[in-house]
Design a protein around this ligand. Sequence first.
Ligand code: COA
Length: 258
Amino acid sequence: MNLENVLVEQKDNLATITINRPTKLNALNKATIEELHLVFKTLNEDNSVKVIIVTGSGEKAFVAGADISEFADFNVEEGTELSRKGHENLFDFVQNLGTPVIAAVNGFALGGGLELAMAAHFRVASFNAKMGLPEVSLGVIPGYGGTQRLPQLVGKGKAMEMIMTAAMISAEEAKDWGLVNYVVEQKELIPLCEKLANKIINNSSVAIEAAIKAVNANYTNCVNGFSVEIEQFGVSFGTEDFKEGTSAFLEKRKPNFE
Ligand code: COA
């Protein structure tokens, strides 16, 4: 892959994606979104990759938002297209990825940056992280899923407050509000994500993919999450991993998931 704005590192079953535009606080321009789409797609298709960590380069920012310089002169059609394409290629794409994605929020996660972190399956932050949806301060609204995913994570009232005030919250507030699962010193951020990833790696990737589908179904309009859970639960019974996992338990040994 020929990448300019994204670094990819692969170690055993774990891949780390680093968004690498530190001089622009890793703001998401069109090229970076396209590269991220390609990288997430490629890693998801690689069966040896069982967990993906996504983070930002440098010590200051995860991602400081969509690149304002690229859309400042967009019209209604261009704005609509920007949002639609972003959903399709990155934000919905990541949420629905079969491979688990952990966001390691290492600094500012604003606008599209927080939206990317929220599209990941869960989040871990460092103490210096600051999170917010500042879009209304720019006369626009969050357009990469923020109006939907923020209320899902923190509840409607807190989401309304964050969106309307455009204010940033600290990592500790984000943890209290359920937006991130852990807050640690910056140097411990990736090691903690790796530790969590290693726990995930020991489990059945097939079952995890089905669980992601079932959990996400509850957050999809017009889809009954419980029906999808029932369907995916049934599907699990036809997999080799299910046979191996249950046999290993009954035989009092560790499962060996291919
Ligand atoms: N889009 C484009 N460029 C951005 C950016 C964004 N979202 N966020 C930061 N940058 C650029 C700055 O323009 C600056 O570039 P320059 O050095 O070429 O002038 C560089 O990144 C560093 O940012 P700077 O503002 O100088 O850093 P700071 O420490 O003073 O402030 C922030 C940090 C995050 C508070 C500030 O950059 C900011 O408010 N960014 C925009 C956040 C936002 O509104 N995001 C939502 C977009 S919809």
